[in-house]
Design a protein around this ligand. Sequence first.
Ligand code: HEM
Ligand code: HEM
Length: 189
Amino acid sequence: MTAKNTDTSYGNVAKVFHWGMFLLLVGMVIVGIYMHKLPSDTPEQMQYKMGLYNDHKSFGILILILVVLRLGWRMVNAVPKMPDTMSNLENLSAHAMHVLLYVIMFAQPLFGWLMSSYGGHTVKFFGLELPALADKDKAMGGFFHEAHEVTAMLLIVAFVIHAGAALFHHYVRKDDVMERMSLRPKKSE
Ligand code: HEM
Ligand code: HEM
């Protein structure tokens, strides 16, 4: 296995980005939904909730940084060709889904940052205070809160379709699409 992509497989760097960000995104969605529902009636409850909000924000900004690096890496690399057995329409829809997943990975943390900025709340990246992206505006804060929720739902739907397609390739088509994003080395290597 090589660090860089080849015409037939993703390299180690792309694979670590893919699966590392997969774990981070799943964690973010679960923690996001959990923390949103937490009560904040007592000071202790409030402290616990705000602690989770801060962690959620830090990891969200980390995702924003990682997606920039990931896209940069993808742009200076070869993108593996789809198997010949795939039709043009299938190629196009796979590509469109990858574009959509990138858009969501950018938009979701950006909407979170905008929601916090418009809401007048600080955003810290593991303790380091980041600048507000906008001045306080309650209506805009509400708008980006909605946007943050809608994008999370879109992420879940896109993820299910994308992962379903990967499993379809593996178990029905029995081609190498899943294999080339797999972290396990091929038997021949
Ligand atoms: C890809 C990264 C992210 C994902 C997948 C994500 C996902 C979520 C989800 C699913 C929720 C629960 C939505 C709800 O039920 O209201 C949530 C809430 C929240 N997120 Fe994110 N988020 C991300 C990044 C960020 C960032 C970067 C920030 C801020 C800098 C942020 C700030 C918040 C806040 C403040 C809430 C709580 C809203 C409330 O309880 O009213 N998120 N997030
Ligand atoms: C169980 C979960 C997942 C499975 C089984 C899976 C599987 C795969 C496979 C097999 C490929 C390679 C497709 C090809 O050869 O062209 C791929 C690529 C890709 N996947 Fe996933 N994936 C999963 C989750 C995710 C998630 C959560 C995201 C992002 C939100 C994501 C984003 C991408 C992107 C953007 C690509 C294009 C390659 C790149 O630029 O990294 N995947 N995935």
